[in-house]
Design a protein around this ligand. Structure first.
Ligand SMILES: Cc1cc2nc3c(=O)[nH]c(=O)nc-3n(C[C@H](O)[C@H](O)[C@H](O)COP(=O)(O)OP(=O)(O)OC[C@H]3O[C@@H](n4cnc5c(N)ncnc54)[C@H](O)[C@@H]3O)c2cc1C
Length: 401
């Protein structure tokens, strides 16, 4: 049997394995091995909800054994240390693995853009542990502020100022969830009611650059209505404990600072000899194969895929929705290849975008349809349920055995 090694079992990597196993009804000649450092699939698109105590951590963890039980997919729980694309091997903490075909789907890491102090003094929001640590820091800030030995709280008070840097999807949704989290906490600590402040900031002149300006302005208005201070054109120059310094000389004090302002691919890709872009990603062709090594596929956040919908030569967005479809295409193409069928080109498309505006409301845009408030949130919840159904039950229905 030929060896298919999939590095990373997130949105893209899991989709490759599940799709290939399902469409081949477990009869593929590929010996499928998934390698991941975790023993669970992380619903990464919801970790900010854990961070703001909207949902429990268990809700975003699906153990791999629940997803892979009874499938012809082997899971190796290990850390990937280095890829040797010439020898077709991958060094992991569990030993050396060989492959005939490789899929790289390692997701992204927080990018700190060489801003002094940013990494040292801010909380990231990429892993479940990041979300849990942030949640703890917010609760601790409220507890400390209510300590009778502390000075009385001012309005607003830097000890209860929560700053989120980076107003893309993650930062914006976190700011909105924080409104609900802080209102819960002041129910227990009424003296903090007028002291807390949530600040969302970005160096650009607007928030949510992935949406049209009209939608960005709508979300900004909604956040401000809920009491979030939104600062744009706020370029961070350096960060010290509890202090953010901006270009132009201004400074903001805050107790808990979270950075969601950028991602990059893991350095392991460059260290393994792949030619990478400025943010560490690998350029692929329209079959999602590396341009350097045709037996290597790259999917999800690690890939730079030309987006033919974009007249300015842009690339496909790095989101869970695209990552899943890219993975599915590679799974289907591997099965087609076995049967002598020509591979399909990747054609990116989006079902829409949903931005939560707290626990009960969201803006959901799908083609010409725009839903706001509670209907928007219900539509977003449907997209979450749909994804979970796709990974839990769809492969079993497609491939009952
Ligand atoms: C808070 C937040 C909110 C988001 N909201 C949305 C949203 O609303 N909609 C949307 O579409 N997208 C959203 N995204 C983006 C989305 O989560 C990513 O684009 C998507 O997860 C990328 O999928 P992937 O398969 O490339 O990587 P991932 O899903 O991150 O999977 C990578 C996998 O690789 C494993 N891995 C990494 N390094 C190693 C190593 N060295 N050894 C072993 N295993 C390793 C990881 O454990 C992980 O399982 C959000 C992201 C965040 C952080």
């Amino acid at each position: 049997m030929k060896k298919l090694l999939i590095l990373g079992a997130g949105y893209a990597g899991l989709a490759v394995a599940q799709k290939l196993d399902a469409v081949s009804r477990g009869k593929s000649q590929w010996e499928i091995t998934l390698v991941d450092q975790r023993d669970y699939h992380l619903i990464q698109v919801r970790i900010h909800e854990v961070a703001a105590n909207s949902i429990p951590a268990e809700k975003v963890k699906i153990p791999f054994n629940e997803l892979l039980d009874g499938r012809n997919i082997k899971l190796v729980q290990a850390t990937i240390e280095k890829i040797d694309p010439n020898a077709k091997t991958v060094q992991t903490s569990a030993g050396l693995l060989q492959y005939d075909r490789l899929v790289i789907a390692l997701g992204s890491e927080t990018a700190y853009r060489d801003i002094p102090g940013l990494q040292e003094h801010t909380y990231p929001m990429k892993s479940l542990q990041d979300a849990i640590t942030f949640r703890r820091a917010v609760i601790d800030a409220f507890k400390a502020a209510s300590n009778p030995d502390e000075a009385p709280l001012a309005t607003p008070d830097e000890r209860l100022t929560f700053v989120i840097g980076g107003a893309g999807l993650t930062g914006t949704e976190l700011a909105a969830e924080m409104v609900d989290f802080c209102s819960d906490l002041v129910k227990r600590i009424p003296m903090a009611r007028k002291a807390y402040r949530i600040v969302l900031l970005d160096g650009a002149d607007r928030i949510l650059p992935q949406l049209s300006r009209e939608y960005g302005d709508y979300v900004r208005g909604e956040l401000q209505y809920r009491g979030v201070s939104v600062l744009t054109k706020a370029f961070i120059e350096k960060v010290e404990p509890g202090k953010i310094y901006f270009k132009g000389g201004k400074m903001l004090k805050g107790k808990v600072l979270c950075w969601t302002g950028g991602v990059k691919a893991p350095t392991i890709l460059q260290e393994s000899g792949f030619e990478v872009t400025k943010d560490g990603r690998i350029e692929v062709d329209l079959f999602l194969r590396s341009k350097q090594y045709s037996e290597v596929y790259v999917v999800g956040d690690n890939a730079v895929i030309p987006d033919r919908r974009d007249g300015n030569g842009g690339s496909v967005p790095q989101t869970g929705q695209y990552a899943e479809r890219e993975g599915e295409l590679v799974g289907e193409n591997l099965w087609d290849e076995e049967r002598g069928i020509r591979p399909r080109l990747y054609i990116p498309f989006s079902l829409g975008t949903a931005i939560s505006l707290g626990r009960d409301e969201a803006l959901t845009i799908s083609g010409p349809i725009r839903l706001t408030g509670v209907p928007g949130r219900l539509a977003k919840n449907v997209s979450y349920d749909n994804y979970e159904w796709n990974i839990r039950w769809k492969p079993r229905l497609l491939n009952a055995r």
